[in-house]
Design a binder for this molecule. Structure first.
Ligand SMILES: Cc1cc2nc3c(=O)[nH]c(=O)nc-3n(C[C@H](O)[C@H](O)[C@H](O)COP(=O)(O)OP(=O)(O)OC[C@H]3O[C@@H](n4cnc5c(N)ncnc54)[C@H](O)[C@@H]3O)c2cc1C
Length: 390
């Protein structure tokens, strides 16, 4: 049986970032994904906020043009423009980005197993045996640390008996090429209780393509039907799809209950959506995936260096939760606006200077996910523990 320092289940942004950073330290890593090709089955729009591309390095070809403008619409399509003097967003070319991160991992010696499904685990005294399946055949590998980077419905979380996500919204979108773009790149965001209950619908002009999507709590209804209704509302008014070609459909569940409390034990830990690392207010999970995985890689490296499994217990979601309380409640309050008329009235308040500056803060602020340094001061686990107790 092959033995690894770390086995990472899931090669989305969180798993790739964790594998990339740990492999730079020299850890022996197996990275696994059930997909045969990381460029396929992408579920995210891929909007990166300024904080992420300022704090982390991305090869230039992996990110789209800078976006400085947001237009916010009421249910009756009354609009309000927000502009920033900074490059606030860039839409990731996610297939290219995943491939670029994967190539960095491979160059650092990471073993990658595609088309490979995580099945279950078994604990022995000093190792975790991980059962995987590839092309219908099961095989076993063992590891000192198991990382669940397997998304919103993490099986690793369940099997490691860590916390699991329970609060979700669903997002679906279509991407069109060849849209005649007369405007500069812009995020058009729609408050619309009918097609995006509790969240937003969007038309994203990323400077090359156009993403049209809806997100919300559909309570068992089909979000693709909501997307069709939304398209009828905006095509011809906000976006012209004449001559455009539908090139991709994306979608998936987004955990919005905030970072989970118990995200590690002595055998392993969770990163990205598996850890609930998504801003409850904006539903953005890419910045949290980058940041939490960086912290996870540091903790895992410390555990490998010291050969002390207890080190992993320093990786806790408690302190993040404290920072999310207000955003969590704001999202829950917004989710109660299920009536179009009340939402329309609410949108009128957005024109008031104070509310407008709050909207600017939500879209352009740097607070979607806390800096890890502020949550867990470096190399000071005592302080980290006292923070966790607050
Ligand atoms: C429609 C939509 C739009 C979004 N738009 C944005 C946005 O614009 N900006 C933003 O910041 N956030 C956005 N999000 C959220 C963001 O995409 C996620 O938070 C982020 O991609 C999470 O990354 P991850 O690596 O944790 O998970 P994932 O990207 O879900 O990766 C998990 C990986 O694990 C693999 N996997 C799962 N189970 C197994 C298994 N049993 N065995 C092997 N492999 C497995 C999957 O194949 C997948 O590759 C959006 C989400 C949705 C659904």
């Amino acid at each position: 049986m092959k033995t690894f320092d770390v086995i990472i289940i899931g090669s989305g942004l969180a798993g790739l970032q964790c594998a990339k950073l740990l492999s730079q330290q020299g850890a022996k890593i197996l990275l696994v994904d059930r997909k045969s090709d990381l460029k396929k089955g992408i579920h995210t729009t891929g909007i990166f906020v300024r904080k992420t591309f300022e704090d982390f390095e991305f090869p230039p070809e992996t990110l789209g043009k800078a976006v400085r403008r947001v237009t916010l619409y009421s249910p009756k399509l009354k609009s309000m423009d927000l502009a920033s003097e900074h490059d606030e967003f860039r839409v990731g070319k996610m297939g290219v980005l995943y491939e670029s991160f994967l190539q960095d991992c491979l160059a650092n010696g990471v073993q990658f197993s595609d088309s490979t499904k995580y099945v279950r685990l078994q604990l022995t005294r000093s190792f975790t045996i991980v059962k995987l399946e590839r092309n219908g055949e099961e095989f076993e590998v063992r590891t000192k640390v198991l990382v669940g980077a397997d998304g919103a419905n993490s099986k690793v979380a369940r099997d490691l008996q860590l916390d699991e996500n329970t609060e979700f919204i669903v997002g679906v979108e279509e991407i069109y090429q060849g849209v005649p773009l007369t405007d500069e790149p812009r995020l058009h965001c729609f408050l619309d209780a009918e097609t995006a209950p509790g969240y937003l619908a969007w038309v994203t002009n990323d400077g090359e393509d156009v993403h049209i999507g809806v997100g919300g709590d559909y309570a068992g209804e089909n979000p693709r039907e909501a997307l069709e209704i939304f398209k009828q509302k905006v095509i011809g008014k906000i976006v012209n799809l004449k001559g455009a070609k539908l090139v991709e459909k994306r979608g998936g569940k987004i955990p919005v209950g905030g970072v989970l409390r118990k995200i590690a034990n002595e055998r392993g830990l969770l990163v990205g959506d598996a850890a609930g690392a998504v801003s409850p207010l904006t539903a953005g999970g890419l910045d949290p995936a980058m940041r939490l995985s960086k912290y996870a890689a540091e903790v895992i490296w410390e555990r490998l260096k010291t050969n002390d499994p207890q080190v992993l217990l320093n990786y806790s979601g408690e302190a993040f939760r404290a920072r999310f309380v207000s955003r969590l409640w704001m999202r829950r309050i917004i989710a109660t606006f299920t009536n179009q008329i009340i939402l329309e009235i609410g949108c009128a308040f957005l024109r008031l200077p104070l509310i407008r500056s709050f909207a600017k803060h939500v879209f352009f602020g740097r607070g979607s996910f806390p800096d890890i340094e502020n949550v867990y001061p470096r190399s000071d686990t005592k302080e980290a523990r006292s923070l966790a107790e607050v």
